[in-house]
Design a binder for this molecule. Structure first.
Ligand SMILES: NC(=O)C1=CN([C@@H]2O[C@H](COP(=O)(O)OP(=O)(O)OC[C@H]3O[C@@H](n4cnc5c(N)ncnc54)[C@H](O)[C@@H]3O)[C@@H](O)[C@H]2O)C=CC1
Ligand SMILES: CC(C)CC(=O)C(=O)O
Ligand SMILES: [Mg+2]
Length: 369
């Protein structure tokens, strides 16, 4: 049956890498005999320019009527001086909220061939396979009030708010992933200071009773930031609130050596999924054919596996990516001696060829989720 996919390229490098997602779907379609109907719509700065709002009704309607959604990235210098409620990023937050995408999954594996590109020592970067489960529709990014106040607007307030139900559903999701993986869950909070973290911790402890096979530990977010660098191999599943997860996952990308390597999946309770790279629109390299398209392509693989029940198809993309890296190709963000540096377009082409070619499985195959 034909699957309808909404593609929202967004801004900056989002537009360049979105073509990688479309090309990967076309290659998978040809090889496995599927038909994908791709429909494009604006979000973020592009939507401000075309529709006067960062999340047009038509984009939201398309997303709701699709089997899954692929998103590039939003934001850019052109829109940076807009009030925060009108910025491109507001479109991204709004689509997450409107679609109820509360569970953001950010897998971070070691890519053996990329160990050299990590600023960490090979023995530290080389043995990681973690999953960050980030709460995505609550916390500091959504709490009200968020405003300037007082005489001359000299007071500013942002609000970190969660309901018990919001914390429970993300914690349960994380326990389920931990149970299916290595059975270790680290809950990251700031319970020594924040009331929200104290409730978060209580809920994790309550839910632990339902998962006797999962070992739970709690870590303060400042210490977790340090341990991600000193000993990332200790983590299996990390569960944390929205802002902490945002920051820690960018930090964790350095295990691979580039933010351009990390895909993500955002899932709702009904099972609808939006797939996007962890990185942003990278205005510093936009339009130069330098962006690494692999995070976007790997997000497409996650989409096939988790929203379309096409496991083999998703794995064919993951394997193709690994094959290209093993053959020594990389984009400029991945610093590796002796490798062949290629641009965005060429990297997409190399991966697509290998999807079509049925690249073999590797003994050290990267496992995502
Ligand atoms: N999900 C999204 O749409 C996100 C959007 N943003 C927005 O993106 C804009 C830029 O924000 P930044 O803080 O610069 O974060 P960024 O993630 O866009 O870039 C940070 C650094 O990583 C590099 N980088 C990111 N992705 C890359 C890729 N695929 N290949 C090679 N290098 C890559 C960039 O060149 C830059 O030096 C802002 O407007 C921000 O609000 C930021 C994060 C997430
Ligand atoms: C641009 C923000 C709204 C989001 C972000 O940085 C992220 O989701 O990683
Ligand atoms: Mg981020």
């Amino acid at each position: 049956m034909k699957k309808k996919i909404a593609i929202l390229p967004g801004d900056g490098i989002g537009r360049e890498i979105a073509s990688g997602a479309a090309a990967a779907l076309e290659a998978v379609g040809k090889r496995f005999g599927h038909e994908f109907e791709l429909e494009y719509a604006d979000i973020g700065g592009a939507a401000i320019d075309s529709h006067g709002t960062p999340l047009p009704e038509s984009t939201l309607a398309l997303a709701k009527n699709s089997d899954a959604i692929l998103l590039g990235a939003v934001g850019g210098l052109k829109w940076d001086s807009l009030p925060s409620a009108e910025r491109p990023e507001r479109g991204l937050l709004a689509i997450r909220k409107e679609l109820g995408l509360f569970a953001n999954l950010r897998p971070i594996p070691s890519f053996k061939t990329l160990v050299q590109s990590s600023p960490l020592k090979p023995e530290i970067a080389g043995n990681v396979n973690m999953l960050i489960v980030r709460e995505l529709t609550g916390g500091l990014y959504f709490g009200k009030p968020s405003e300037r106040r007082g005489d001359n607007n000299e007071v500013v307030v942002d609000t970190l708010q969660y309901t018990r139900a919001e914390i429970e559903r993300i914690v349960v999701k994380a326990f389920e992933f931990a149970k299916a993986r290595d059975g270790r869950l680290t809950s990251v909070d700031k319970a020594n200071v924040l009331e929200s973290s104290r409730m978060w911790r209580e809920i994790v402890n309550e839910k632990a009773a339902d998962y006797p096979d999962v070992t739970v530990d709690h870590m303060y977010v400042d210490a977790a930031a340090m341990k991600l660098i000193s000993n990332p191999g200790q983590f299996d599943v990390i569960v944390t609130e929205n802002l902490f997860g945002d920051i820690l996952s960018d930090e964790a990308s350095m295990i691979t050596g580039s933010l351009g390597m990390l895909p993500s999946a955002s899932l709702s309770e009904s099972g609808l999924g939006l797939y996007e790279p962890v990185h942003g629109s990278a205005p510093d390299i936009a339009g130069q054919n330098k962006a690494n398209p692999l995070a976007m392509i790997l997000s497409t693989a996650l989409m096939l596996k988790y929203s379309l029940d096409m496991r083999l198809e998703g794995e064919s993309i993951e394997r193709a990516v690994q094959s290209v890296l093993n053959d020594g190709y990389c984009t400029p963000d991945l610093q590796m001696e002796g490798s062949t540096v290629v641009g965005t377009d060429k990297m997409i082409e190399l991966v697509i060829e290998r999807v079509a070619d049925d690249a073999p499985a590797y003994a050290d195959e990267v496992v995502y989720m």
